[in-house]
Design a protein around this ligand. Structure first.
Ligand code: DAK
Length: 255
């Protein structure tokens, strides 16, 4: 298996393990990532961490050697495969955090962009260099990057193929944090700030925030009213407010 799953208390780590090719994404690996996300999504894990094996790379992008000599239909299906697999992270009930431990280029950065959060080691380097190959991103980068860092910066990254280092990535909001020291431990600590909350409430919050990048303010506010009402109707909301009044810690049950 080139994609490894390991359990760390209430978290699951998905690790791309193909360091000899800097964890480049073959179509087989993309399918394995999809299977791994499916497995975690139906488990009792409270968060997903994703990283790459080795000290050099999170993921150096699509497997360039494999991209050659394919029919247009195969390419389109390939793009749809990558997009649908990465979208599974958005649909998973638990939050996802990319631990960018080195290069995250092309499809590798697109995988990280599909996570809810990104932490990076100080030596991490990120970019969408597809333009240098005469290509453009095909696994969601043209859509997720501008929603995250704004159109002008996203256009600059995509149209120049520039590399962004970790401090700059933090400055422009591409990563949440640059981590000195152990990235996995930092990922666990980051996740622990939300793992005890109600998964339905976390999901409603994520859906509402995502809508901000997709719709008008008035439509987004309507959506927020609906989702916040749904959250209010959960048993967890009752528990949370009961616990507040009783001055005790809430015990959420994801219900
Ligand atoms: N694909 C395949 N092999 C790769 C690879 C990649 N993306 N990146 C690295 N490798 C392999 C290298 O070929 C080398 O293998 P050997 O030669 O030893 O057999 C090994 O990994 C180590 O790499 P380097 O020797 O190059 O290591 P360096 O430290 O010198 O350089 C680097 C590291 C990350 C700067 C360099 O490897 C590099 O520039 N890699 C390519 C980065 C890149 O351009 N990524 C792809 C972006 S395009 C689609 C449409 C578009 C896309 C996908 C689908 N459809 C329509 C379906 C686009 C996707 C992309 O991701």
């Amino acid at each position: 298996m080139t994609v490894e799953l390991s359990r760390h208390d209430d978290l699951v780590l998905i690790k791309l393990n193909r360091p000899e090719a800097l964890n480049a994404l073959s179509f087989a690996i993309i399918k394995e990532i999809g299977n791994a996300i499916d497995e975690v999504a139906t488990s009792d894990a409270r968060a997903i961490l994703i990283t790459g094996e080795g000290e050099k790379a999170f993921c150096a992008g699509a497997d360039i050697k494999e991209l050659r000599n394919r029919s247009l239909m195969d390419q389109k299906r390939g793009a749809e495969l990558g997009q649908s697999v990465f979208a599974k992270l958005n649909a998973a009930p638990m939050p996802s955090i990319a631990l960018i431990n080195g290069y995250a280029f092309g499809g590798g950065l697109e995988l990280a962009l599909s996570c809810d959060f990104r932490l990076a080691s100080p030596e991490a380097k990120m970019g969408l260099p597809e333009i240098k190959l005469g290509l453009i991103p095909g696994y969601g980068g043209t859509q997720r990057l501008p929603r995250l860092i704004g159109e002008a910066r996203a256009l600059e990254m995509i149209m120049t193929g520039m590399t962004v280092d970790a401090p700059e990535a933090e400055l422009i909001g591409l990563v949440n944090q640059v981590v000195e020291g152990n990235l996995l431990e930092a990922g666990k600590t980051f996740a622990s700030r939300m793992t005890r909350f109600s998964l339905p409430a976390l999901g409603f919050a994520r859906d509402a925030v995502r809508r901000a990048g997709e719709t008008s303010l008035s439509e987004g506010l309507k959506c927020e009213a609906e989702l916040s009402t749904l959250a209010y109707q959960t048993e967890d909301a009752e528990e949370g407010m009961d616990a507040f009044e009783a001055k005790r810690k809430p015990e959420f049950k994801d219900a």
